[in-house]
Design a protein around this ligand. Structure first.
Ligand code: COD
Ligand code: ZN
Length: 374
């Protein structure tokens, strides 16, 4: 490889400070150190979580930073000791790693690897240094993956090797949005055949929840969004009913309870607002209802404990509960076998230089997923 062992100069979108648009810059990407992999990112989706970074509303993010966490690419070079991938392999960088060694990784019931730094100050690689610099300044990584860069460096245990036949401009969604939503239904809620579900928020993540509920055999899937333009796609993906809270005077949890008699079996919150989290919890049935929180808040939430006292379960999910290194390649294979069609989530494809346009589309509610191509 001509570039192996050398610093690569390439394009990346840098968030210099909260509240500012991304700036497409030429950055330097250092070679991978021992146990690391340098990836040439080919395609990356725009997820709402990246917008939370730009607004400064995601905790534990340090600026300047290169966001992006829904990418797919090709290994350019590997550091010493890396054995599971080699240059030329198609890969998905993992925003939730799977080290395979920590007690959470060894627990078959969980996927939250203790090596992740989702819940602590982060933005550097495990050795506490960055591989990115721009204009003489160190730039932070995001969740180690920073897919808004043409080349990125990640630890080996945050890379999943995928089928060589996978179209990278499509399977990048399996790096976050699709897997998060689909797995929230299948793994976290464990939706049963014949059940009733409610999905709050019909972005890329919420619509993937709809797909997961359908795949699990739910009989009724009620999709909830304040943007009725999302309903056609929700129906196409499996929603049986679509409701807009703005069309009702009473709280949406009361509407859902009336529609279903006693509340839904499973509810999902894929928005990230306090009021919709409480509404989702209250709309699942008071006895055995399960509510899965997919969105994240930048504030605390208080609830009436009686909501849980009678038997409801309130859960969270990270990347849909998939053990990432193991399951992401399997999801890619299932995609190639036509077991689900995540392409239906891609509404726009743009050249990387138009990254800010992609965010405008998301904020205006006009896109589900925009895929950026390098
Ligand atoms: N009631 C109903 N629908 C609403 C409301 C409301 N009050 N407010 C907004 N919505 C709808 C919007 O119209 C939109 O259709 C949808 O909610 C949100 O969709 P997107 O496309 O903006 O967002 P997604 O699907 O890309 O991401 C949603 C998340 C909840 C995952 C994201 O915002 C988040 O909270 N991320 C942090 C949590 C996390 O890390 N998740 C893991 C993977 S990123
Ligand atoms: Zn995401």
């Amino acid at each position: 490889m001509a570039t192996a062992g050398k610093v690569i100069r390439c394009k990346a979108a840098v968030a210099w400070a909260p509240g500012k648009p991304l700036s497409v810059e030429e950055v330097e990407v250092a070679p991978p150190k021992a146990g690391e992999v340098r990836i040439k990112i080919v395609a990356t989706g725009i997820c709402h979580t990246d917008d939370h970074i730009l607004k400064g509303s995601l905790p534990n993010v340090e600026f300047p930073v290169i966001p992006g966490h829904e990418g797919a690419g090709i290994v350019e070079s590997i550091g010493q000791g890396v054995t599971s991938v080699k240059p030329g392999d198609k890969v998905i960088p993992l925003c939730l790693p799977q080290c395979g060694e920590c007690s959470f990784c060894q627990n078959p019931e969980s996927n939250y690897c203790q090596k992740t730094h989702f819940s602590e100050p982060q933005n550097l690689l495990p050795d506490k240094t960055s591989r990115f610099s721009c204009k003489g300044k160190q730039i932070h990584h995001f969740l180690w993956v920073s897919t808004f860069a043409e080349y990125t460096v990640v630890p080996e245990y945050a890379v999943a090797k995928i089928d060589a036949a996978a179209p990278l401009d499509k399977v990048c969604l399996i790096g976050c949005g699709f897997s998060t939503g689909y797995g929230a239904a299948l793994n976290t809620a464990k939706v049963k055949p014949g059940s009733t579900c409610a999905v709050f928020g019909l972005g890329g993540v919420g619509l993937s929840v709809v797909m997961g509920c359908k795949a699990a055999g739910a009989a009724r899937i009620i999709a909830v969004d304040i943007n009725s333009n999302k309903f056609a796609k929700a129906k196409e993906l499996g929603a049986t009913d679509c409701i807009n809270p703005r069309d009702f005077k009473k709280p949406i949890q009361e509407v859902l309870t009336e529609m279903t008699g006693q509340g839904v079996d499973y509810s999902f919150e894929a928005i990230g607002h306090t009021d919709t989290m409480i509404a989702a919890l209250a709309s699942c049935n008071t006895n055995t209802g399960v509510c899965v929180m997919v969105g994240v808040l930048d504030s605390e939430i208080s609830i009436d404990p009686v909501l849980l006292l009678t038997g409801r379960t309130w859960k969270g999910t990270m990347l849909g509960g998939w053990k990432t290194r193991e399951c992401i390649p399997k999801l890619v294979s299932s995609y190639l076998e036509g077991k689900f069609n995540s392409d239906l989530l891609i509404t726009h494809t743009l050249p990387f230089a138009k990254v800010n346009e992609g965010f405008e589309l998301l904020r205006a509610g006009k896109s589900i997923r925009t895929v950026l191509l390098f």
